[in-house]
Design a protein around this ligand. Sequence first.
Ligand code: GDP
Ligand code: MN
Length: 354
Amino acid sequence: MNLLEHEAKSLLSTYRVTVPRGSILSPLDTPPPAPIVLKSQVHTGGRGKAGGVRVVRAGEDATAVAEELFGLAIKGERPSVVLAEEVLNIAHEYYFSVVVNRADGCIDIIAHHEGGVEVETQHDFKRWSVQYSKWRPEAERIGQELADYYSLPTKTFALQDLVENLLHCFAKEDVTLLEINPLVITSEGGLVAGDCKMTLDDDALYRHKDRVVSESPANTNFVTLDTSGSVATIANGAGLAMATVDAVKSAGLSPANFLDVGGGATVASMVASFRQIAAFPQVSAIIINIFGGIVRCDEVARAIIAAREQVEGLPELYIRLTGTNSDIAETLLKEVGLTLYPTLDTCIEEVCHA
Ligand code: GDP
Ligand code: MN
C-alpha cells in the first residue's frame, strides 16, 4: 500500500523526523494565506514536473491555486485532498531512501548529494546495506558517513539522528520503501523532509490496524487494495467495510479499495470518496453498503445523489442501505434512476451480471 505524502509525513513525525508544518484541505476548504506551498495528494511521483506542487507567493490567490490542483489529474489521478505547507527556504536538496533488498534479505540505504525532481538523471548513488537485526548499532556510522558524503560536517549529529529515526520507522512500521526526496537543508540550517513516499508491506497490515484508520481526515479511511481492481467499495464502520471487500472477493470480483466513511456519510465525504474512486481506471462498479443507525438512510441517499452530480465519469452505483428511513431513501434514489438493493448479495449479483 502506498501512502499519500501527508500520511507518510505524519507517520514520520511520530518518529521525530522534521517535516514542514502543514494542514490538509478538502475541496471546499479555504487555504491558509500565502506564502504557502500547495501540494496535490496523489499516489504517483513526479508531481513537481506535472504542476502538482505550487509555491504560492504573498499576494497571490491560494484559493484559485487550490482549485486548479483539485481539477488537475496527474497520471489519471485527481487528488481528494491538497496539502498546504509552510514554504521552505531551500539551500540544497539531497536524496535519501531506504528499501528492502529482497535478493540479500537486508535493508539498503541509498543517497545522492543532488536530490530533487531531476534525481532520475543522476548516477553514482551512495549505498549502504544493513541487516534487519543490526540497524541500530549501524545507524551512527552510516549517519557519520552520510554527513561526509553530503559534505555537511556540521550536520553529523542531525544526520545520525535522522538515519536512526528513519530506520526505526522503516523496521517498526513494516515499510518496504521510504524515500525522502528532497531531503532539504534550509537557509536557516534545518534538516527537513521536503517530500516523502512510503510503501507499506500489505502482508503486514494486520499488525498496524490502528494506523490505517487514523490518517486521511477528508476521507476517513481509504485504503487502495488494487489499482487495477474492477469493483470499488464504500461502507460505514470498519467491520462492514471489511465484510464488503471480502464478499466482493468471494464472488470472484477484484476489489479496488477498502473504504470506511465512518458515521458521517456526508456530501463532502461522498464527494471525496467518489473522487478517489473515479481515479481508478479499471473500476466499473461502486458498491455502497451502509447501515443507517446513527446516520439516517435518507441523509445518506441525499449525500450520494448530491455527490454523484459533482464527480464526472463515475462508474455505476450499486446501493444497499438499510436502517432508519430506508423507505424514504429508496424513493429519493428512485427519483434519480438509482436502485436500492435489499442485501449486499443482491448488489454483488447485479454487478456480476452487468
Ligand atoms: P514530487 O515532484 O512529486 O516528488 O514532489 P516534491 O514534494 O518532491 O516537490 C517537487 C519540488 O518542488 C521539490 O524538489 C522542490 O524543488 C519544490 N518544492 C517543494 N516544496 C517546496 C518549498 O517549500 N519551497 C520551495 N522553494 N520549493 C519547494
Ligand atoms: Mn519528491
